[in-house]
Design a protein around this ligand. Structure first.
Ligand code: AMP
Ligand code: GLY
Length: 406
């Protein structure tokens, strides 16, 4: 098959890397760093001829790229604009979850500041405050402090934070337990799960500091049994697909379940409508073959083939630019990428990285710069491979967590 991967980040690098083992891949638009390995195209995906279109990021999905492509009889892995509202609107997500009787945190939506403030005052900590709208994984505050919660509500609702995105907010019950990310590949009616992963959302070691898009990940999880993953599919994912169908939405793409495994069973924290970044970098390489066929099956409404998954472990460490996530500074030259990539069992996935072919040099061009990934038979070995590769790479102000998988 000829497959177009839409996007330009670390997740798209992992998708293109895995799909290109068995298929011809074009990345649109990609980046100068990805251009070292793949054909790129800056055309509208509609103007690129292909058998399958895999849409990476949420933004084009929310804007309706999948509908536009399907409108021209293209085969697309990625939900329609209607389906993408699961991620684009927390209020819509909660409405679907309640209708589908999917366990999730108690919540209320607010568009009026004084009601939001008096509601939060009536709650017990920790407080969870979310924006309604896309905020690149940075729209959530979880805090023990009432003053911080109130300050956040005001900032979000007045649009000081996340521009207009925050005018409606959701305040919800805090879920306690262990968190995991599970990617369900969906064909509209049915779904299969990829192995679960753990993501490290906070910027700093010991899970301190602000929420980010994700600073590291590993898979598989020793504590998440196959039967737990089946339970998540049966109690959280499939009822959601059914409810979407009832509303006339055939969801063909990945449903990324952010799950809290609580004392009373798994509950949905959120659904995203795309693969997670950096979890994709540790989950997809576990698929031994047929990834393209499965995505194609989902796209045409019939998953069909079963997944062959390897037992190996993967762990990835995200190298972040100075100032990330608040005020990313770009432009620094990156050294050691080649040395790191040449190590055994190491793969460097580029995100906010650019490549200058004249100088044969890499530069920082985004907040999360790259995901340095180790793979090995055990998690401990995968971890030491990843960190030994990280130690080869440097750029001014480079920041990463040293406790991924510790
Ligand atoms: P989200 O952007 O919704 O994935 O939220 C980011 C992170 O905040 C999640 O990965 C959780 O760690 C945390 N979080 C969000 N909602 C809740 C909740 N209701 N209870 C506990 N933690 C939460
Ligand atoms: N790693 C979290 C996300 O992709 O949203």
């Amino acid at each position: 098959m000829r497959i177009v991967v839409v996007g330009s980040g670390g997740r798209e690098h992992a998708l293109a890397f895995m799909l290109s083992k068995e298929h011809e891949v074009v990345v649109a638009p990609g980046s100068s760093a990805l251009g070292q390995y793949f054909d790129l195209s800056d055309k509208d995906p509609l103007d690129i001829d292909a058998d399958l279109y895999v849409i990476g990021p949420e933004q084009p999905l929310v804007e309706g790229l999948a509908d536009r492509l399907r409108g021209h009889s293209k085969t697309v892995f990625g939900p329609s604009k209607d389906g993408a509202r699961l991620e684009g609107s927390k209020a819509f997500l909660k409405d679907v979850l309640v209708a589908a009787k999917v366990p999730t945190a108690e919540h209320r939506s607010f568009s009026d500041i004084s009601s939001a403030l008096s509601y939060v005052e009536s709650m017990k900590p920790p407080y969870v405050i979310k924006t309604d709208g896309l905020a690149e994984g940075k729209g959530v505050l979880v805090t023990e402090r009432l003053d911080e919660a109130k300050e956040d509500i005001v900032a979000k609702m007045t649009g000081q934070r996340f521009k207009g995105a925050g005018r409606t907010i959701v305040i919800e019950e805090a879920l306690l337990g262990r968190e995991l990310s599970l990617f369900a590949l969906c064909d509209g009616r049915s779904a299969v799960a990829l192995p679960a992963a753990t993501d490290y959302k906070r910027l700093l070691e010991g899970n301190e500091g602000p929420n980010t898009g994700g600073m590291g990940a590993y898979a598989p999880l020793g504590w998440a049994s196959d039967s737990l993953q089946e339970e998540i599919l049966d109690t959280l994912v499939k009822p959601t697909l059914q409810e979407l169908l009832r509303r006339g939405i055939q969801y063909r793409g990945v449903l990324y379940a952010g799950v809290m495994v609580t004392e009373s069973g798994p509950k949905i924290i959120e659904f995203n409508v795309r693969f997670g970044d950096p979890e994709t970098q540790v989950v997809l390489p576990k698929v031994e073959e047929g990834l393209g066929d499965i995505l194609f099956g989902c796209a045409v409404g019939e998953i069909g083939t079963s997944l062959k998954v390897s037992p190996k472990s993967l762990l990835t460490v995200v190298l972040a630019a100075p100032g990330y996530p608040a005020s990313t500074q770009t432009g620094a030259e990156i050294t050691g990428v080649q040395r790191a990539s040449e190590k055994d069992g190491v793969k460097v996935f580029f995100a906010g990285t650019s490549y200058d072919s004249e100088r044969d040099a890499f530069y920082v061009s985004g907040g999360r710069v790259m995901a340095v990934t180790g793979e090995a038979p055990t998690l401990q070995e995968a971890r030491s491979r990843a960190y030994s590769a990280v130690s080869e790479i440097s750029f001014e102000g480079m920041h990463y967590r040293r406790d991924i998988g510790a």
